[in-house]
Design a protein around this ligand. Structure first.
Ligand code: C2E
Ligand code: C2E
Length: 310
């Protein structure tokens, strides 16, 4: 079997790294070069072939620029380079991680991995050749991170059209597009009233009402994270507002449910109370999962603006 000539690997042992990766420690050997910014690192890496290049990610606002640098390196320098991203403060979204990997990073090292583990992970990619396809245009990858430009309440048809289109979007990961949840309120609460408690903070999370159910689509949320997301969306424990929940998270299941939803007679659609339309974000929301008690806020469930039918 004929071997394909390997890409030049002269600089295979070199490690070009953002300074912060070593957390104040000196370079580990003469092979290491440290840079005080990702831009300086990128400039040097443009001359490299098979070196290890380690970017630092200290905030989510850097994701796009680091993604662009990784994309350029991978497309221009080839598959022998080992490209690593080290998260340094708090986690970024799984969609950000997917973007960085899609642009050509070999690995993203999470913020909570201590330095010793980080060094082991850097070692683990040595000798690797990057084998995934990286699209020529980064725009395709960027676009696939934020496909739904909507948030909050949507009329039934808009909701079905948006989620239906998302399921047919082949740029998005199979069975990783989000979670569809239908919630039925406890006796005594109407869905229109339950909607006043539903304030999705994240763009891409949409909700509609029909057949005495509140139906939510949570973009890119993964099924084990559903309760975390619902806690961010409702200021009260979900079990206090809803007595029944149905969940769909695979593409085929979601698409089938959307077909059923589309078939529903318009008489069964419900409209939100007028007050919901211009509601402010949930005041009592605290994104601190350790805090079991939430800050009490006065919520009026049963009052309706004058003229609203009961
Ligand atoms: P977390 O807050 O514990 O959320 C864990 C996962 O729950 C998220 O993973 C996401 O899949 C889901 N999730 C939580 N809240 C929502 C929501 O409002 N809508 C939807 N659709 N899903 C939600 P993900 O996206 O990988 O994020 C990982 C971690 O990154 C989050 O953990 C949080 O610590 C941080 N994070 C992500 N986005 C933001 C943000 O916009 N603001 C802040 N402050 N932190 C964020
Ligand atoms: P957005 O996606 O519309 O999210 C709006 C707000 O929802 C966030 O405000 C945060 O308070 C809450 N939120 C959304 N998802 C999560 C989550 O998973 N966990 C937690 N704990 N809170 C969440 P924030 O933090 O001020 O962010 C404002 C905007 O900045 C976000 O708007 C988003 O466009 C961007 N952003 C923030 N963190 C991340 C991130 O880790 N990755 C990406 N791609 N964008 C982020």
């Amino acid at each position: 079997q004929q071997e394909i000539a390997p890409q030049s690997r002269n600089d295979e042992r070199r490690v070009l790294s953002h300074l912060s990766v070593l957390e104040g420690a000196p370079p580990l050997s003469e092979n290491w070069s440290l840079f005080d910014s990702n831009d300086a690192l990128f400039t040097e890496a443009r001359q490299a072939q098979a070196a290890t290049v380690i970017f630092a990610l200290s905030s989510n606002s850097q994701v796009e620029s680091v993604a662009r640098q990784i994309h350029a390196l991978r497309r221009q320098r080839g598959s022998a380079m080992k490209i690593i991203v080290r998260e340094s403060q708090g986690s970024v979204r799984a969609t950000d991680e997917r973007l960085l990997l899609g642009c050509g990073a070999n690995i993203v090292i999470p913020w909570n991995a201590p330095l010793s583990r980080c060094l082991t992970l850097i070692e683990s990619v040595q000798g690797q050749t990057f084998s995934r396809q990286v699209p020529q245009e980064i725009a395709i990858l960027l676009e696939s991170m934020q496909p739904l430009k909507l948030r909050g309440y949507q009329p039934w048809e808009t909701f079905c059209d948006s989620v239906g289109a998302l399921m047919n979007n082949t740029l998005l990961p199979k069975d990783g597009k989000g979670v569809l949840v239908a919630l039925r309120p406890v006796p005594g609460i109407r869905i229109e009233q339950a909607l006043t408690l539903c304030r999705p903070p994240r763009a891409g999370d949409i909700v509609t009402l029909g057949e005495n159910r509140l139906v939510l689509f949570l973009s890119f949320c993964r099924i084990p994270d559903l309760d975390t997301a619902l806690k961010h969306i409702f200021p009260l424990p979900v079990a206090d507002i809803f007595s029944n929940r149905m969940v769909w998270y695979e593409d085929a299941q979601i698409a089938a449910e959307i077909v059923q939803m589309r078939a529903m007679q318009p008489e069964k659609w419900s409209k939100p109370l007028k007050m919901t339309a211009d509601a402010a974000p949930v005041a009592s929301q605290r994104h601190d999962d350790n805090a079991r008690r939430r800050v009490p806020t006065l919520i009026t469930l049963l009052s309706e603006p004058e003229g609203e039918p009961r």
